[in-house]
Design a binder for this molecule. Structure first.
Ligand SMILES: Cc1cc2nc3c(=O)[nH]c(=O)nc-3n(C[C@H](O)[C@H](O)[C@H](O)COP(=O)(O)O)c2cc1C
Length: 334
């Protein structure tokens, strides 16, 4: 088969996580060892991620996923970023980086099966904190990339983080720009989720599709105090059993640094998967300026060198539903 190695690697790469499951990546296979990573301008998030930093984190996650997938073949994948900003007004697939298959120089400790096992868990967690040994290992993974992972198992801090995320969700959904953008990525029915194989499926968000549709289309309803408190309580209930929260800081100022942060997050997430720990990123706490400022104030630390760029909860849960993905065939640019 032509491009057999690329096709094998892309079968893993397509499972890389991206914000709202946008899967903005496309691939043009040039030769047996070279390919162009492209982005689809129609799959960007101009409203909630105008600089493209979280989308770039997604490309970094893809990079790390490909590198881990290539390890059993004795290969590695080198990305060369082309220095182009993500342009929402561009027409058609746009080159973003070149990818070269090279002989592997360093051993890989993570088995690639983890890529297929990893999932976001928005389920209630099992009321057990993540073990100190695992947290120490996770901090050292972050440190390898120059990032700092801080965490807390203090119920007061956990409660504060869960409430901040809920505040952010309700605030974002009352803002027309965020609501319309997030709403365009929600897949309300199982049928729509199966057909589009992307976005935020209601079944993966653990909310009935009809309720999510009302939330997006008739948001005023959810600002009526009684309804607001009821739905908010229901939402916070989905986070019950959370005993560990964590936040990340590190260089996050340039497209190259967003990519590197994504590589770090990819390795961090798969390390969690190896230990049976699930992750639920609260990315919207960062993209929402007010929530980001509240978080920065709350976790202020004069010794911290860089700003916080991600807040998460992590823990043990039942097996979460699987978010779908586009096929490799759909991701190829001919
Ligand atoms: C940078 C980044 C930010 C994310 N932020 C959120 C978030 O705010 N809330 C949430 O529920 N999921 C968040 N996610 C999880 C994605 O929605 C999830 O990875 C995607 O839907 C694919 O699902 P999977 O991880 O189960 O494969 C984020 C993921 C990434 C990579």
């Amino acid at each position: 088969m032509p491009f057999a190695t690329w096709m094998e690697l892309l079968e893993y790469a397509r499972w890389a996580p991206s914000p709202h499951n946008i899967q903005a990546w496309l691939f043009r296979l040039e030769s047996e060892d070279r390919a162009t990573l492209m982005y689809n301008p129609q799959r960007l998030l101009p409203g909630t991620d105008p600089t493209g930093r979280f989308t770039a984190v997604g490309f970094g996650l893809l990079n790390e996923t490909l590198s881990i997938a290539a390890a059993p073949l004795g290969l590695d994948v080198v990305f060369d970023y082309l220095g182009v900003p993500l342009d929402v007004n561009a027409t058609g697939p746009q080159p973003y980086a070149t990818m070269t298959l090279v002989k592997r120089a360093r051993p890989e400790s993570l088995p690639r099966q983890l890529i297929l096992d990893r999932r976001t868990s928005r389920l209630p967690y099992h009321d057990v904190p993540v073990s100190p040994e695992v947290l120490t290992e996770l901090s050292s993974v972050a440190a390898t990339f120059g990032h700092v992972l801080e965490f807390s198992t203090d119920p007061k801090q956990v409660g504060w983080v869960v409430r901040l995320n809920a505040d952010t969700m309700f605030f974002d959904m009352s803002d027309p720009v965020a609501r319309n953008e997030v709403g365009s990525w929600i897949r309300y029915s199982r049928r729509e989720a199966d057909r589009k194989a992307d976005g935020l499926a209601a079944y993966a968000m653990l909310f009935p599709g009809l309720m999510m549709k009302l939330f997006v289309r008739c948001n005023w309803l959810f600002r009526i105090p009684g309804i607001y408190y009821l739905v908010r309580a229901l939402y916070e209930r989905t986070m019950r059993g959370t005993r560990t929260v964590a936040w990340l800081s590190g260089d996050f100022d340039t497209p190259e640094s967003w990519h590197r942060a994504g590589r770090m997050l990819g390795r961090l997430w798969l390390t969690m998967t190896r230990h049976g720990v699930y992750l639920h990123p609260f990315g919207s706490v960062i993209t929402n300026k007010t929530s980001h400022a509240r978080m920065t104030d709350h976790f202020a630390n004069a010794e911290r060198e860089h700003d916080l760029w991600l807040l998460v909860r992590l823990g043990h849960s039942n097996l979460p539903p699987q978010a779908q993905r586009l096929t490799v065939e759909q991701l190829l640019v001919r």
